[in-house]
Design a protein around this ligand. Structure first.
Ligand code: ADP
Ligand code: MG
Length: 403
């Protein structure tokens, strides 16, 4: 079984002299007018290079951030990405200042070899997020072939993801989406056991769907991050003033029961790093067991837990990780997350990481190359593992075109 059944790959489409619209995910983190991490830009390069080598006339489009006000347009312009793309591709990038205008139509005929067009942030146009027919038609008016390589946006039914390809006949996916889905399919359909999932991060609610869908497949769950305290609270363990999702306590209890009923393992932290106030250099203590005293909050898993989790990780054959084990942005509360990252780097099993913060932690530790796959889309990969259909993929399946 493959999630790509009926979807054409870029290599199966004729691109020569065609106007090829490539939807990518260039939603990169920017601080003080600088790109902090160009991971997502680099991940899209193979597809762009391939299209150029096929002598296509290439136009690239992406969203960035969630622009709401006019002020946001200053900090969320893709012009900064155009510059980086020029360096990485060694190619002339013509920046088109309006995403939903007519300009590309006029620019294509004069486009030279080794020259590509890059549209301004799609979300500056109202029609993108509302999936307006006008916006999709405008983009379609100069698109001969549509390629989706924006894995991180494929769970959104937006104009450039769903509206446009539903009008265009020739369409398919790029190399990045192909790799993302192939890796996630390993987790979904071709799993080697033992299968272990490390789940952390801020909210249980983000990950509950994935846990429910994967319950029969996953042998061992290691829980950390803030979501651990919702689980501990559900078991009746004192959690002090740790972050908890009160509305999810019932669901957490139910999951614990269901997992235990199947003789699977769900491990929760047995010790914690705790503080009274969360700030850099805050005085912290390590608990001797799972109990968190009144007035204290847990900000990381403790050393005993790290050891147990690392041992489990070393024994697993298939591993998926989403969400840091603690408030890793504040040192030294990154120790638990680092311990998991190191064990992931060491294990012989197949390692897949989804989630922006977990990926950032792995990269900060310099362990990026030790992982089998780091997903460019946290939300999209979780939705895929939840068993949801990604609208951006569904629209590309043959026989689904409206035209
Ligand atoms: P990912 O992006 O990898 O999916 P999330 O966005 O779900 O991860 O969660 C990351 C956030 O969770 C981080 O900002 C981190 O500070 C927070 N977090 C982790 N552990 C705790 C904790 N014990 N208490 C409060 N916040 C936490
Ligand atoms: Mg996150």
């Amino acid at each position: 079984m493959s999630g790509l059944e009926g979807i054409k790959k870029i290599t199966e489409l004729n691109l020569k002299d065609k106007r090829v619209f490539i939807r990518v995910d260039f939603n990169v983190p920017i601080e003080n007018d600088k790109i902090v991490d160009d991971f997502r830009i680099r991940a899209a390069l193979p597809t762009i290079k391939y299209a150029l080598a096929q002598e296509a006339k290439v136009i690239i489009a992406s969203h960035m951030g969630r622009p709401k006000t006019e002020e946001d347009k200053k900090t969320m312009s893709l012009e900064i990405v155009a510059e980086r793309l020029r360096e990485l591709l060694e190619c002339d990038v013509v920046f088109v200042h309006e995403a939903d205008g007519n300009a590309p139509k006029g620019l294509f005929p004069a486009l030279k070899r080794n020259q590509i067009l890059l549209l301004e942030n799609l979300r500056f146009s109202e029609g993108e997020e509302s999936n307006s027919h006008e916006m999709a038609s405008q983009l379609a008016s100069y698109t001969d072939v549509y390629i989706n390589d924006a894995f991180g946006a494929s769970h959104r039914a937006h104009a450039s993801i769903v509206g446009l390809p539903s009008i265009v006949r020739e369409k398919g996916i790029g190399f990045l989406i192909e790799k993302e889905i192939d890796m996630l399919d390993k987790v979904l359909y071709k799993t080697e056991s033992p299968f272990l999932a490390v789940l952390g991060g801020s909210k249980v609610s983000d990950k509950i769907g994935m846990i429910q869908n994967m319950l029969t497949k996953i042998d061992t769950f290691l829980i950390g991050g803030a979501m651990a305290y919702t689980f501990l609270a559900a078991k009746g363990s004192p959690i002090g003033k740790s972050r908890v999702e009160t509305a999810k306590l019932g669901l957490a209890k139910e999951l614990i029961d269901r997992i235990q009923g199947r003789e699977k393992k769900l491990l929760l932290p047995i010790d914690h790093v705790i503080v009274q106030e969360l700030k850099p250099g805050a005085e912290h203590k390590i608990t001797t067991n799972e109990i968190i005293p009144e007035g204290w909050m847990a900000v990381d898993i403790g050393p005993k837990t790290r050891q147990i989790y690392a041992n489990e990780i070393l024994r697993a054959a298939t591993l998926f990780w989403n969400g840091p084990m603690g408030v890793y942005e504040v040192k030294p509360f990154d120790a638990g997350t680092l311990a998991v990252a190191n064990a992931f780097a060491e294990t012989a099993g197949t390692t897949i990481i989804g989630g922006g913060d977990s990926a950032a932690a792995v990269k900060a530790a310099g362990l990026e190359n030790k992982m089998d796959h780091i997903s460019t889309g946290g939300g999209a990969s979780l939705e895929y593992l939840e068993g949801s259909k990604l609208p951006g993929l569904e629209v590309l399946r043959q026989g689904k075109a409206k035209s």
